[in-house]
Design a protein around this ligand. Structure first.
Ligand code: TXA
Ligand code: MG
Length: 356
């Protein structure tokens, strides 16, 4: 795998990106940063290249990929030639592109069938990341790109995380530092009567509702955080580290009590090596028996954003440090980025999320 580390030298960056773009044009796999997470890119027009994405990630063959474009003129190459986006689509693109919003459209003939297994819709987004857009523009093709992790593992928000999972099986990696948002894009299906959020992400329900005249609703199976942990939707673990993840949200005092109870539980074996993520003011107020090197205080003033930004990296770090259990101070899932973060935490924890 060729790895390019980008920095302040524009000439070097440009040379690196044109090499990476040539690889993409030649049907190779290249990972690159976006504002959400690192993506594993291949030409969306090249069936063999797209199939290689599935192989590299060990991704289930029925899970469709998002196509990334550099600008709106490129959108036409992804959609059917006679298709005209609706008014709501246009309002959303104007408001949120480039940005973490994936819109579903009817798929055009040029797109490789492996991009959209089982559906005639294709997810499209324009990343809010100059390096990503430059790479796509130079490659001159729309780029299919799922998150650049092995399927089931936490998404990568750093180049090292990409290398850890996929270093042996991909051709190139563009390293331009950590991602800004840290959770993936919102996936939205705009219908005639309503807009349906299929995956909560960087663009929130409120933000979407502000821009279009349609009701904005969550796909029914998506989130019911108050449902018991063994609800049917909880049966798969995604975004998951090796350690057990436990999440509480609600009253700080109650969160503290629940964390303490877990840490002191006689039933829990003595090999327990707990890690914790919580707001800095919470960790300084309440004393918890957790090793100092496994406690990660995040700024309480923008805790939701900080949790989104650092979560996937911390999950990986705790695995490296040999943590058996990860205790997480969760956030209100009904507000802002909280919906996306708690959705990922619900999956990472296999449903071990409690409101207290
Ligand atoms: O932020 C992101 O979206 C990142 C960066 C790299 O752009 N990409 C990403 O891709 O998260 P991936 O493959 O890890 O997740 C894509 C999600 C999947 O849950 C997939 O099922 C859904 O989007 N999706 C993609 N195309 C779809 C379609 N045509 N219909 C329904 N769901 C679709
Ligand atoms: Mg993914």
């Amino acid at each position: 795998m060729q790895r390019w580390t980008l920095g302040d030298d524009d000439g070097h960056n440009r040379a690196a990106l044109s090499q990476a773009a040539s690889l993409l044009q030649g049907g190779k796999l290249v990972a690159f940063p976006t504002e959400t997470v690192y993506g594993l890119g291949a030409s969306a027009l090249d069936e063999a290249a797209v199939l290689n994405i599935f192989r590299a990630k060990q991704r289930p063959a029925d899970n469709p990929l998002i196509v990334h474009i550099a600008d709106e003129t490129q959108l036409a190459s992804v959609l059917p030639s006679d298709y005209e986006p609706s008014r709501a689509h246009k309002q959303l693109m104007d408001a949120f592109w480039p940005g973490p919003l994936t819109l579903l459209f009817p798929v055009g003939d040029a797109i490789a069938p492996a991009v959209h297994p089982g559906t005639d819709l294709v997810g499209v987004r324009m990343p809010d990341h100059t390096i990503a857009r430059t790479l796509i523009r130079l490659s001159d093709v729309p780029i299919a790109a799922p998150s650049a992790n092995t399927s089931g593992r936490p998404s990568p928000t750093t180049a090292d995380a990409v290398a850890e999972d996929l270093g042996e099986v991909i051709d190139g990696l563009v390293d331009a530092g950590p991602c800004g948002i840290g959770v993936e894009s919102t996936v939205l299906l705009v219908e005639e009567e309503r807009a349906l959020i299929l995956r909560p992400g960087g663009i929130t329900q409120e933000m979407i509702a502000d821009v279009i005249d349609l009701p904005v609703v969550y796909d029914a199976h998506l989130i019911d955080l108050d449902a018991p942990a063994l609800a049917p939707g909880m049966k798969y673990r995604h975004y998951a580290p090796d350690a057990r993840v436990h999440v509480w949200w609600g009253q700080p005092e109650e969160i503290y009590r629940a964390m303490l109870e877990l840490l002191l539980d006689d039933e829990v074996d003595h090999e327990l090596r707990a890690a914790i993520v919580a707001p800095d003011d919470f960790l300084s107020r309440y004393e918890l028996p957790v090793a100092r090197d496994l406690a990660r205080p995040l700024c309480h003033e923008a805790y939701d954003e900080a949790l989104a930004k650092h979560l996937y990296r911390l999950l990986r770090e705790f695995d490296h440090a040999g943590a058996t259990d990860i205790l997480i101070y969760g956030v209100n899932p009904a507000r802002g980025l909280g919906t996306a973060v708690m959705n990922r935490l619900q999956k990472a924890s296999g449903g071990r999320v409690l409101r207290v």
